[in-house]
Design a protein around this ligand. Sequence first.
Ligand SMILES: CC(=O)SCCNC(=O)CCNC(=O)[C@H](O)C(C)(C)COP(=O)(O)OP(=O)(O)OC[C@H]1O[C@@H](n2cnc3c(N)ncnc32)[C@H](O)[C@@H]1OP(=O)(O)O
Length: 399
Amino acid sequence: MTDYTVRTLRPDEHRAAADLFRSTLHVVPTTDDSWRITERMLQPGRTLGAFDTELIGTARSFDAEMTLPGGARAGLAAVTGVGVRPDRTRRGVLTELMRTQLTDIAARGLPFAALWASEGVIYHRFGYGVATRSRSYEIQRRRAVLRPEVPAGGQVELWSLDTALERLPALYDALPHPRPAMMTRPPYWWPGWERHAREATSPVVTAVHHGSEGPDGYVVYKVERKHWSEPATLDVIGLETATDEAFTGLWRYLLGVDLVDTIRADERPVDEPVELLFTDIRAVRDTGGGDELWLRLVDVPAALGARGYTGEPVVLEVADPVLAANSGRYRVSPDGVHRTDKTADLRLDVDALAMIYLGAWRPSLLAGAGRIRATSASGLERADRLFTTPVPAWCGTHF
Ligand SMILES: CC(=O)SCCNC(=O)CCNC(=O)[C@H](O)C(C)(C)COP(=O)(O)OP(=O)(O)OC[C@H]1O[C@@H](n2cnc3c(N)ncnc32)[C@H](O)[C@@H]1OP(=O)(O)O
């Protein structure tokens, strides 16, 4: 028995939900100017509110698509804006919001939900698992001398913020998104980018690389300079490239930006080969990294069947405490995925399945930590091979 209700909010209630969410992150409410941008981020019918005497919690999502191992794309509910008022926490409000939201996402036929988590302890109980990991690094600019054989790259053109807002969505769409977990950026995503760019304390710059066939990559960055006499730090906000030439051309450009001592890049792919460009491999220093995208298999048979595999079959027994229809045994092989009565090779919860699904964690590592129960060593070896991916998964789209 709960003393609150959860329902879909009307558009005239969206601002209150956005401000409630901001308050749970200790951020001031939207101004009228920022609300004019923020309101375009809310897909109609996708913001939930929890009420007792008034609004006490919220969660929302928008639709996108994600690249899967093997190259297919699948529908994804991008979950964000989750918060419960601090005087109403730890009494099940989020649990009810998550249950309602996941049931709704399943009813819409989306095989996946995903989110970026504010804390690592919240979402596993709702079936989300860490499905991609990222790396953060810093480059000492004066130490970062390009090796002579690094390709020269093409022309780099600067776009003003207004030009970027107009043209970047189409450029992003046109670039390939080959890594598992890379996602489309629908119209509900870009206003968040615009708001950050407009509210930034230093200019947000977009530099576009032109290859032989037109624009084939871009970098978005800003330079923080606290005092005129102090060294500045260039923050890479986004970097997407279709070719090696675009990657090296944009790094050549960044290294030439004046007044900068340090270049910082956060939440980058774990295998981004930036140090290979420099005569001194130690010009690049890892500064962090960790979990990036948290994935939820909302429709387990559809999700398992949508990605590609190589290797021999494995039978998984999946337990899903929130969406019970997903629980059961599945035979997973390169020829397809179907439910089976055969004995399971591995038993695991649906959050652990999310952790192996895009290849971020080998099943044998999760088994070592007790997160997967294996009936045979050979089953684990087969699962390791089956779920591996040629390139590490990485999302790169914060929402
Ligand atoms: C995708 C995003 O938007 S990420 C942003 C998430 N929002 C925030 O971090 C804002 C600040 N935090 C909050 O608003 C709230 O604390 C929330 C939303 C994280 C949790 O809301 P609550 O209503 O308190 O969660 P609820 O009561 O349903 O908790 C369910 C379980 O998770 C646990 N839990 C929830 N949040 C936390 C937490 N932050 N730390 C530890 N345990 C937690 C609860 O203890 C409870 O455990 P139990 O089932 O063993 O009793």
